[in-house]
Write a protein that binds this ligand. Structure first.
Ligand code: CUA
Length: 344
């Protein structure tokens, strides 16, 4: 759906993402419906009060007349109207939820009281986020402490950072500029100071910006170091099946669990498996892995997740000697990756 060219006026922040027009159109529709029924109800009150007023002191009322036709009409009408609201609202919501893969991905960690951003190339920022215009940006949001909410009014996105899990959203900024970023969830005494700026740049300027700063190791390469340092590689082997599942080509796949259920190996599942390995054990494996809760920080977690994700990406060739894998993008929907060796 194309963003509607609606007047913004003093009531709405400017529209600076592809979501803005859609959210505003829905919002104006809801306001218009509310205005319409408010006006209708008030007009009817005055109309009926005048038309059916008592004309003489001893006039008595008549028993109310009912009409099934009128009843059925308004029930069906209201139902249809609300179904429109539901379907329309749900479609906007779902598109905000389903962050496309293969886009620029930025990790966000909320912390009392700042926002930290991790770019895929290793650039980090605090309370400032540089993104290119016209490109889809996927955000994986986590928190170090309490609930925060990532809110950019000009983009019409607001997503909570929830302890113990990742939330993901995305946006596509439409024009260069500087836009407010707020924390929209009360998170302690410094909540009102927890704000920043999203700086949308022309792609050319963005490239220059990326090249200008000092990039530390990318999250994926930092994650690889951690993976080795923490000894993960001794069980999660890349050459033969180890005591833990192979991680190459895992990301984004359906995984069959010990319970017979399946789960998609997304960021949240990988994160959970590091912190709470026994929660959802892969079929064919024993719950041997210790929890890394309290051992790795939220930042290290995202690095580990980025590393495991990179094992399925195109940017990093698969480690030699491993079995051929279906890569994430080429895998048909519903494909199941099962361990090749069942419970020994
Ligand atoms: Cu973070 Cu309010």
């Amino acid at each position: 759906m194309k963003p509607l060219p609606l007047a913004i006026g003093p009531f709405m922040p400017e529209q600076a993402s592809t979501f803005a027009g859609r959210v505003d159109a829905l919002y104006y529709f809801l306001v218009a419906v509310a205005f319409f029924f408010t006006a209708l109800i008030f007009l009817l009150i005055f109309y009926c009060a005048i038309k059916y007023r008592r004309r003489s002191p001893d006039e008595t009322g008549e028993p109310p007349a009912t009409s099934n036709k009128i009843e059925a009409t308004w029930i069906a009408g209201i139902f249809l109207l609300e179904a429109v609201m539901f379907v329309w609202g749900a479609s906007v919501y779902v598109s905000m939820y389903s962050a496309p893969e293969g886009t620029l991905q930025i990790h966000v960690i909320g912390k009392q009281w700042m926002w930290r951003f991790y770019h895929p190339d290793g650039r980090r920022e605090i309370n400032e986020l540089h993104v290119p215009a016209g490109r889809k940006v996927r955000l994986v949001i986590a928190t170090d402490d309490v609930i925060h909410s990532f809110y950019v009014p000009a983009f019409r996105i607001k997503f909570d950072a929830v302890p113990g899990r990742y939330t993901t959203t995305w946006f596509q900024a439409t024009r260069p500029g500087r836009y407010h970023l707020f924390c929209a969830e009360y998170c302690g005494t410094g909540h009102s100071r927890m704000r920043g700026t999203v700086i949308v740049m022309e792609p050319r300027d963005y490239q220059a910006w990326l090249g200008s700063g000092r990039a530390e190791g990318s999250p994926a390469s930092e994650g690889e170091k951690l993976f080795l340092a923490l000894g993960c590689a001794s069980c999660h082997r890349s050459d033969v099946q180890g005591r833990g599942p192979m991680l190459q080509g895992l990301f984004g796949k359906q995984v069959l669990l010990e319970t017979g259920e399946t789960v998609v190996a997304d960021e949240s599942y990988i994160r959970e498996s590091i912190l709470d390995p026994r929660a959802r054990v892969v079929a064919g494996f024993k719950p041997l892995m210790p929890s890394f809760r309290g051992i790795v920080t939220e930042e290290q977690l995202l690095q580990l997740v980025a590393y495991i994700k990179s094992l399925s990406g195109e940017e990093r060739p698969p480690i030699s000697g491993m079995a051929p894998q279906i890569t994430g993008s080429a895998a048909p929907a519903g494909v199941e990756t099962r361990p090749t060796r069942r419970g020994k």
